[in-house]
Design a protein around this ligand. Structure first.
Ligand code: BGC
Length: 784
């Protein structure tokens, strides 16, 4: 922290009374911290988010998530991640940072860098990858970009927040090795290398302790080990125990408005269970950040046209060509049928707190008015009918090529809830099958932020994954279809054949109150590759309109650098993302067959050859065994175009520790991962007793249950939940608006303590307590 701000903060904090200090630790409203002009302490404004600003002007809180200022809508981070292009992601960050400054926002709430554990997490579109090195590298670039403009970044959600179901209270049970190697590694990279100004604690519990109160996570790891000296803020409504949170190093509860958290902390100070020094430290960190951003608003910071160009480039590079029989790129002047309402009403961003009031959304239909159009389905649901399918087939039959645009309707993929399966709406699958039957030259464009099943893949000519491309996404799609842009995106996550193939499928999401991270480090391709489970499209996959050849591998053991030649062997310019994987020596702690250790994106003219050098990330050669340990021995080095498309092989001798395989693994799933790990397997790596997972009902409900859950057995809770639902619905012109479903999930569907925290005093904790008593069959005033 800059010493100038630190000493100004010290002076400000010295002028505050004890009550004011406690008050400062809880926000003023949804987006601002408290100001004390008499102590020269300004307010700090924060705003979502990771793919563009969702800035709400003061006084618009009452309209929930409905109103935000127009901003450039960049592609969702899942699509930005498919670029594997750190420089471009940094430019995107810088563009977001400039928009933040133009709106007077001090800190941008993002990026989110949770690991994609299951393809069904409703919020995967907002996260980078299943691989921590890729997620950490790109998040570091994003933060560097934002912070290069003078704005600050808040990385989130720290940590192990890989599902939406019961996100306010789910208990993530994770062993320390898995935590460090998979779920914290990206955070560690970004905190050490980009120094974000803020970190947002996750809603969930980590091993029985809420992340907001988690001393191991926030103090021992984040602050003491990684040296983070910025502000820790809770996720919105996620402050669980104000006193424990102060002790853990959590500085700020957001949003603000209520008083109960201050009362909680004051009582703990009185009782001596909270030390005033902790409160002062937090106040000091927050004051320094607020002072640093005071007066930094700069209305002229934004060049809207330049930002849109960045958005378009990210979208273009983020397109992943999954399959192509040569039909793409489209021949110049081809007669094209454009089918699917998403060509007219595109799905270009995810639902929830990252939702942006985009400036100008391009559509494929408007860009190519000459292509014959058929709607094919209803974009809100993905449903179709005989007439729509017949019309689409007729249009396809009369064209040289049929381009069918399908994807996930916004209600299916959002913050606040998970997907139920990996399928597209049935109507869309029916449409694609009918169009493919009518015209073998059918190209499918997918607009979604996470993997979907492709039951018709063998019957179509090409599949182009456009992701969630932001406001300029359609321009990028047309460019890629026509060959103006040569696709270079690579999948940052595996597309399994079915969601049930994921190793966590049995211990994830509904109906569990706890999430046992049984599969340990075997997440994503680390599992599929080790277990030999076939997938639809592997990690790192993505085709091009040209081809690349690899040659002359050299592995330098001293500098741990891998060098090789890449040649563009085709007729058009293109970019290749070369990936370097390592396979650790046999034995030691159970480990994945391969791990990503580095990558490079190279742009090449036709016929051009470039020598590429990729330094290997040390942690890819290490395990967590009471600290990071480089594992010695001979590694296989695999260089290629995806995790399965390996072109060059070499070896690397690494000096390091030899680790014997601990006997406890004998006969467990981890020795030869196939199928699903059991709770008995998990016990071996967890090393502690697994807490019982109780189903809550009348008599056992607690503050982690929502009004909607308690409504099942309590008429009063049903009434209040309906009142809240009604109030939320009235905020939206259309109650079927996807944002409305998310807002209900985050209010009536949110843990009772979170609802109190988010209510700005409208739901006092005493009332919540009375509702809980009623739900449990007690008198409202019952104590117990
Ligand atoms: C989300 C955060 C977001 C915050 C403020 C929460 O519900 O989980 O990612 O930054 O709301 O909108």
């Amino acid at each position: 922290m800059d010493s100038k701000y630190s000493s100004a903060a010290e002076k400000a904090v010295a002028k505050l009374s004890r009550d004011q200090l406690l008050d400062l630790g809880v926000g003023a409203d949804f987006w601002r911290t408290k100001a004390y002009p008499e102590a020269d302490l300004p307010t700090l404004t924060v705003s979502d988010g990771p793919s563009g600003l969702r800035y709400q002007k003061p006084g618009t809180d009452a309209k929930g998530m409905v109103i935000s200022e127009p901003a450039t809508c960049f592609p969702a981070l899942a699509t930005a991640a498919a670029t594997w292009d750190s420089d471009l992601v940094e430019q995107m960050g810088a563009a977001i940072g400039r928009e933040a400054r133009s709106m007077g926002v001090g800190v941008v709430l993002g990026p989110g860098l949770n690991i994609k554990r299951s393809p069904l997490c409703g919020r995967n579109f907002e996260y980078f990858s299943e691989d921590p090195l890729l997620a950490g590298t790109l998040a570091t670039s994003h933060v560097r970009g934002v912070q290069s403009t003078g704005a600050g970044s808040c990385v989130k959600h720290f940590a192990v927040n890989s599902q939406e179901y019961k996100r306010f209270s789910n208990d993530s049970l994770v062993d320390e090795r898995t935590l460090r190697e998979i779920y914290l590694r990206a955070f560690e990279m970004v905190v050490r290398d980009a120094k974000p100004q803020m970190v947002m604690s996750a809603y969930v519990m980590l091993n029985g302790i809420y992340c907001s109160d988690n001393r191991h996570l926030l103090r021992e790891i984040l602050r003491d080990e990684w040296g983070f000296d910025g502000v820790v803020v809770t996720d919105w409504g996620g402050m669980h125990n104000r006193a424990a949170a102060y002790e853990a190093g959590c500085d700020l509860a957001m949003p603000g408005g209520g008083k109960h958290l201050q009362r909680q902390a004051a009582a703990a100070l009185e009782a001596g269970t909270l030390h005033e020094e902790r409160v002062r430290e937090s106040a000091h960190r927050l004051a320094a950040l607020a002072i640093a951003h005071a007066g930094s608003a700069d209305a002229a910071a934004v060049d809207v046209a330049a930002n849109r160009e960045v958005a378009r480039r990210v979208a273009a590079e983020g397109h992943v060509l999954l399959a192509n029989d040569g039909t793409l790129p489209l021949a110049a002047g081809a007669r094209v049928a454009l089918i699917g309402q998403m060509a007219e009403k595109p799905r270009y961003q995810g639902g929830g707190s990252s939702h942006i009031n985009a400036r100008r959304v391009a559509t494929m239909r408007e860009l190519r008015p000459g292509w014959t159009y058929a709607a094919g389905y209803d974009v809100r649901t993905g449903e179709t009918n005989d007439a729509l399918v017949e019309e689409a087939a007729r249009v396809a039959r009369n064209a040289e090529v049929a381009v069918v645009v399908v994807g996930l309707p916004e209600t299916i993929e959002s913050e606040g809830y998970d997907r139920e399966d990996m399928r597209l709406p049935e109507g869309m699958n029916r449409l694609v099958a009918a169009v493919a039957a009518a015209n073998p030259r059918t190209v499918v464009v997918l607009q979604c932020g996470s993997p979907v099943e492709l039951p018709w893949e063998a019957d179509v000519a090409a599949v182009l994954y456009a992701g969630l491309g932001g406001e300029a996404g359609a321009e990028a799609t047309v460019d890629v279809l026509e060959g103006a842009v040569n696709p270079s995106g690579k999948l940052p996550e595996t597309w399994p054949l079915h969601a049930e193939d994921a190793p966590c499928a049995e211990c994830w999401g509904e109906p569990h109150r706890q999430s046992q991270y049984r599969e340990g480090v075997f997440v994503g391709y680390r599992y599929y590759q080790t277990a030999g489970v076939p997938v639809a499209h592997c990690f790192g996959h993505g085709l091009s309109y040209t081809s690349f050849s690899y040659d002359r591998l050299a592995v330098d053991a001293a500098s741990r650098t891998v060098s090789f030649d890449i040649t563009n062997a085709g007729q058009v310019a293109g970019a290749e993302v070369a990936q370097v994987y390592v396979a650790a020596p046999e034995g030691g702690l159970p480990h994945p067959r391969v791990q990503l250790a580095g990558f490079a994106r190279v742009e090449l003219a036709p016929g051009e050859t470039r020598r590429v050098s990729v330094p290997l990330d040390e942690k890819s050669l290490s395990v967590w065994d009471n600290g990071w340990q480089v594992v010695g021995g001979t590694y296989q080095v695999l260089v290629g175009s995806s995790v399965e498309d390996v072109r060059l092989r070499g070896t690397l001798d690494v000096a390091g520790r030899g680790i014997a395989t601990p006997g406890k693994y004998a006969g467990t799933w981890y020795r030869s991962p196939k199928g699903k790990p059991t709770e008995a397997d998990f016990r071996v790596i967890f090393g502690k007793a697994i807490p019982p997972e109780a189903h809550h009902t009348k008599g056992t409900y607690d503050e982690t249950d929502s009004l909607l859950e308690m409504a099942e057995t309590s008429g009063t809770c049903r009434f209040v939940a309906n009142q809240i639902k009604g109030a939320v619905e009235r905020q939206y012109d259309d109650p079927t608006d996807p944002q409305c479903r998310m807002s209900i999930a985050s209010s009536a569907g949110c843990a009772l303590f979170g609802l109190v925290n988010c209510s700005g005093g409208a739901m006092p904790d005493g009332v919540a307590h009375a509702l809980l008593n009623l739900a449990n069959g007690h008198a409202p005033w019952h104590r117990g």
